[in-house]
Design a protein around this ligand. Structure first.
Ligand code: GLN
Length: 491
């Protein structure tokens, strides 16, 4: 076999290679660490990077297991994990001062499944603080930069995971998505990100932002790799009461191959309200790819006027849930430890929360508490829940006639550092096309559609609950259309 480009090879290619020669896993990890040494100072994907020695020791064990004939779905693959997903013995900060020194005593279920499949976790990636943001700039530590243009953001909140993939610092990654946090950075870095159906992947060990919207999502550079990773982490978990009951695992990779050979014709809905207000060059790239997809599949325009209330409904629900979820950071149960000698509870509590949380998090806790306060609940929260229900009804109707909805991932190109963060409206409206999937519990995927000048643009597909196979198939069709145009950043 010829030598692979370890750094940018897909997990699928690497696994075939390792199966015939397990010792190559160690060479591969060395190449990944060399790459990290070269680019990490510029990109800053990781909050915590594990030592090469520690990871090598773990990998040696994987090599041994492979040689003993064990079947390991992700043998030796370097995975980057977002820093709000608990990892036993590895610091998990949520990019917050509040959890700066928190080392979880247990693994999130998704992490446990990764380890069982022979994957090696090489580090914990940067994010917006408590996953609140779309640029990675609300991180309490530092912003991550976009490998396509170091002056721009990689998107967020799972920006570190996406940047690590794009820069060749990991082969697979986990992110989390409450209102777009896997799909936004995927779109901005020309990687693939999937937000699974609510309840498909266990949330056990995922530090909560807005529990009725949160999902852990697989991220990779190719559709096949996302399918592979999803197959490992999509397992019923009794530890998460919202986990969908089912038997065993689904092999999404195999299902994808089947669909790619039988090539069924998809019925795709284009919701016209969701194609408005795009930056011109983003629109051009998206239409070019959509037109080609619609040349081979059946596309129809539909109108869902209520989608204009999705964004306010999302922010009301997300902030209300966040204010309640983040109440646990009081310095006693969780959070910063400060001097308590001779001080009242309220003094200690105030200091912990003033010092522990950044501005965006405080703002959302305050707004969330206001939204839920007596007299205002009916006006905001209850109305937002109604919008959520109506949206669900409307999309249920659409999914009776169509397999999927096609929509932009992000209406704009990746902003420059500092550009979106200083303008809350700009920051929040970036999520206009991603929040719907979370509100209605649907799966959605962002796939690279091409470049607007030199910057990545992503197209999104959303389907009814448990339509992941079809989303992966649609993604693979886009990938096929782009064949030849390798999307590798200049870094
Ligand atoms: N940008 C959105 C927010 O700030 C979504 C974040 C996410 O999905 N975690 O709430």
């Amino acid at each position: 076999m010829t030598k692979l480009d370890y750094v940018y090879a897909s997990a699928t290619e690497l696994l075939t290679y390792f199966r015939s020669d397990p010792d190559k896993i160690l060479d591969y990890l060395e190449a990944i660490y060399d790459r990290i040494r070269k680019v990490e100072a510029k990109v800053r994907s990781y909050i915590t990077l594990r030592s090469r020695e520690e990871v090598e020791r773990e990998a040696e064990n994987v090599v041994k297991r492979l040689k003993q004939g064990e079947d390991l779905a992700l043998a030796g693959i370097a995975v980057a994990v977002k820093d709000n997903i608990s990892t036993r013995g590895i610091r998990t900060t949520c990019a917050s001062r509040m959890l700066e020194n928190y080392v979880p005593p247990y693994d999130a279920t998704a992490v446990k499944l990764l380890k069982e499949s022979g994957a090696v976790i090489i580090g914990k990636t940067n994010m917006d603080e408590f996953a609140m943001g779309s640029t990675t700039e609300t991180s309490a530590f530092f912003p991550t930069r976009n490998p396509w243009d170091l002056e721009r953001v990689p998107g967020g909140s799972s920006g570190g995971s996406a940047a690590a993939l794009a820069a060749g610092e990991a082969s697979l990654a986990l992110g989390s998505d409450t209102g777009g946090s896997v799909r936004c950075p995927a779109a901005f870095t020309a990687t693939v990100g999937l937000k699974p159906t609510y309840g498909l992947v266990s949330r056990f060990g995922l530090i909560a932002y807005a529990s009725s919207l949160d999902q852990i999502g697989p991220m990779a550079r190719t559709i096949a790799d996302v399918a592979l990773l999803l197959s490992v982490i999509a397992v019923h978990d009794p530890k998460d009461s919202t986990s969908i009951p089912r038997n065993g695992k689904t092999d999404y990779y195999f299902k994808l191959e089947e669909l790619m050979s039988s090539r069924p014709r998809l019925r795709i809905a284009v919701v016209k309200e969701l194609w408005r207000g795009l930056e011109e060059d983003v629109e051009r790239v998206l239409h070019r790819i959509l037109d080609r997809i619609c040349g081979e599949h059946t596309c129809d325009e539909v109108s869902i006027p209520i989608t204009r209330y999705a964004l306010p409904a999302y922010y009301i629900i997300a902030m209300a849930e966040a204010s309640s979820n983040l109440a646990r950071y009081d310095g006693l149960r969780y959070g910063l430890h400060v001097d308590v000698e001779g001080r009242s509870w309220i003094e200690v509590f105030t200091e912990v929360r003033s010092r522990g949380f950044g501005f965006e998090v405080k703002k959302r806790i305050a707004l969330g508490a206001f939204i839920l306060s007596a007299g205002y609940q009916e006006q905001y929260y209850i109305r937002a829940l109604r919008v959520r229900r109506l949206l669900k009804n409307e999309f249920d109707r659409v999914f009776k006639r169509f397999d999927l909805v096609a929509l932009p991932s992000m209406p704009i190109k990746p902003p420059r550092l500092g550009e979106a963060i200083t303008d809350p409206i700009k920051l929040y409206t970036m999520d206009i096309d991603t929040v719907i999937a979370n509100l209605i519990g649907s799966p959605a995927i962002s796939v690279p559609a091409g470049l607007a000048a030199t910057l990545p643009v992503g197209i999104q597909f959303m389907g009814p609950p448990l339509s992941e196979e079809k989303l992966l198939y649609a993604g693979a069709l886009v990938e096929e259309l782009r064949r030849g145009a390798a999307l590798k950043p200049p870094i």
